[in-house]
Design a protein around this ligand. Sequence first.
Ligand code: FPP
Length: 252
Amino acid sequence: METDSRKESLADSPGLIESGNLPRHIAIIMDGNGRWAHRKGLSRAEGHREGVKVLKPIVKECSAIGIDVLTVYAFSTENWARPQGEIDALMALLVEFLRSETAELKSQGVRIQTIGNVAGLPAGAQAALAAATQETASQTRMVLNLALNYGGRDELVRAVNRWLDENRPLDQETCLTAHAVASHLDTAGLPDPDLLIRSSGEMRISNFLLWQLAYAEIYVTETLWPDFDPVELHKAIFAYQQRVRRFGGLRE
Ligand code: FPP
């Protein structure tokens, strides 16, 4: 079953991705739901609904091809500035997604996790997240990491404050290290993203994973998120596989 769906999507791809050189961690900025809806004369909420529909096959494909972690930017710390109706629609879609998809994700070996300040979400969203993370906690094939009420700056400030809480009172010799920062981030224990995909053509990272994206390869597609599909995912991975990653060093 898994192999069949992989063959289909690979057959449609512009180039065959190499199974030995996959990004371990893919992060996605799912942008363009609003523009997609506007072009079709639909509401922004309807654009987000299509955006959620697209997420399902992407998660499935990532799990099928052997990606370890998929992090998706579902709601940022800045998204609270949107009209209340749009915020409510996004929260309702999140709850609906978790209620309807958790069992299937579990059957695909997907563990649901979150990054961001989840305590700042509405109670219903928090309850649905707690249930989904608990139900999938023992799955080991892939992590689906939902960035919710997430901002890179907010995450860094919370990480440093957590470290301070653990180390107070500070003596003269105690210093914050890069390792201490990384291990206090919401992503502690996860590898840094190898590939950042942004849909809808915008060339910015929008406060997403500011620390963790230090050496990620960036792939931007003009495709609006509701039109993104597993073939687009393969294009992004194929492009990643053509890159030479030097991490600040020299090519051998
Ligand atoms: C950006 O598009 C997208 C968002 C702010 C939300 C992304 C959320 C989803 C795809 C669905 C929710 C996810 C889950 C897990 C239920 P935009 O609205 O900024 O688009 P625009 O730039 O065209 O206006």
